[in-house]
Design a protein around this ligand. Sequence first.
Ligand code: G4P
Length: 528
Amino acid sequence: MTTNEQIARRRTFAIISHPDAGKTTLTEKFLLYGGAIQSAGSVKGKASDKHAVSDWMDIEKQRGISITSSAMQFEYEGFCINILDTPGHQDFSEDTYRTLMAADSAVMVIDAAKGIEPQTRKLFKVCAMRGIPIFTFINKLDREARDPFDLIDELEKEFGIGTYPMNWPIGCGRDFKGVYDREKRRILAFDEFHAGRKRIESIDVELDDTARLDELIGERARTELCEQVELLDAASFDFDIDKVQNGKLSPVFFGSALNNFGVEAFLEQFLKLTTPPRSHKVGERELSPFDDGFSAFVFKIQANMNKMHRDRIAFMRICSGKFERGKEYFHVRQGKNIKLSQPQQLMAQEREMISEAYAGDIIGVFDPGIFSIGDTVCDASMKIEFDGIPTFAPEHFAEVEQTDSMKRKQFQKGMEQIAEEGAIQIFFMPGRGMERVVVGVVGMLQYEVLEHRMKTEYNVGYRQTPLRYQLIRYIGEGSPDPSTLRLSRDTLWVKDVKGNDLLLFESEFDIRWALENNKTLSLYEFNK
Ligand code: G4P
């Protein structure tokens, strides 16, 4: 196969959901279809060994949750699919956001009984910011569910995009009879006893074939289905593939991941409608994945993959061309040629050494401490630099104070390295030195991870005091010298590692107060 053929068959997507909506179960079914795993329960087992394939960190295992995101590759019907798993716990981190930067589309799993939940909302915003296609899988129809019209209404209102139900549920819970495929005009009948053991055959049936429908789903369900489909045809958006591929219209599927119901139909449609690897911005121009030459950017750095060695792995998304093991590539920020050593990919459960990879793929390489989030690596002849990965605003802040003055160096090194990996953000309080810093995180769990890692990897303890700030703003150019600002008691001036001045606020009220009392002050948000 040529490089271009290899690239054209890649499909790289992130799977997102609120915890417990069924993301792991759905991923597992995808892997089963791709033949990448042999049995259900391989991705996440029950109780005691309840860990996902991405469990690399100790703390993650202890808590039985997935903090880190990983990428998995499998083949299905000629496609080479990369799934980017996003951490499923409520206390997710900036890494979750960054993972979305490496995906070409997103699959959003929603619990039919719950609808949109906070985590889905946050992740959705990042997808929308990038205009990537979003496919919605409304899960758990085998349980009592909310009205399907309500659910799609909520999606449209909350997210401000159109939806297009590809299929429509026939009942739910005990009365769940299956789904009606709007395009193919047929019914996929639900049989709880099938439980994913074999493929379900769909039954072609016209909605006006009353006798046949009554036989299949019963008269009451038939009447309801016909009414609902009529309403849907009249009221829903028209299907428009361009809108789907630009993230303006989300195809919606109903099903039950646990029962393996509607999963295969979803996967098939998804692969048909989603995009192959998309182009990436390099300054003013767009770099096509088919452009000659290898290029990639680092979107995640994972420390502590092997506890014996303090090793780090840098995960890169390949944006163009073909990666070849052993070849020298150019590390743009450092301005030098490097060899990417121990290149690997995660195939279902195993990390495998690889000798080649293509645009759309995610590879992990050994990082001796030379990579930072957002770095570009490319063929020496290209010397391009991808637009950086945005920094996401921390939502929690704490003051961290080093308690053992003998360990100043370790404290500094640990904080800096962990910040470089992008797990936390550190801020300095002008005039207070390096012994006391403000640590900002997206998810509270990162504080535990930080403490654990500082102790085990750097052998340093510290005192941590939660701060009540919730909002963070950069101070804009042309603003007064920050040391002369009139600020309320609930506002703190800090600097980031690059020397930018920022203000932390407890509430919107404090922001207004600062702006009203400092006429030439301008503030701006992250990623705006
Ligand atoms: P997550 O990764 O999004 O956090 O969710 P996960 O797949 O772990 O699913 C959360 C729970 O929901 C699991 O049950 C899972 O079996 C269940 N589930 C997933 N899909 C469906 C579905 O279509 N119907 C029903 N009824 N349940 C579903 P659990 O008891 O928490 O875990 P486990 O012991 O089954 O692993």
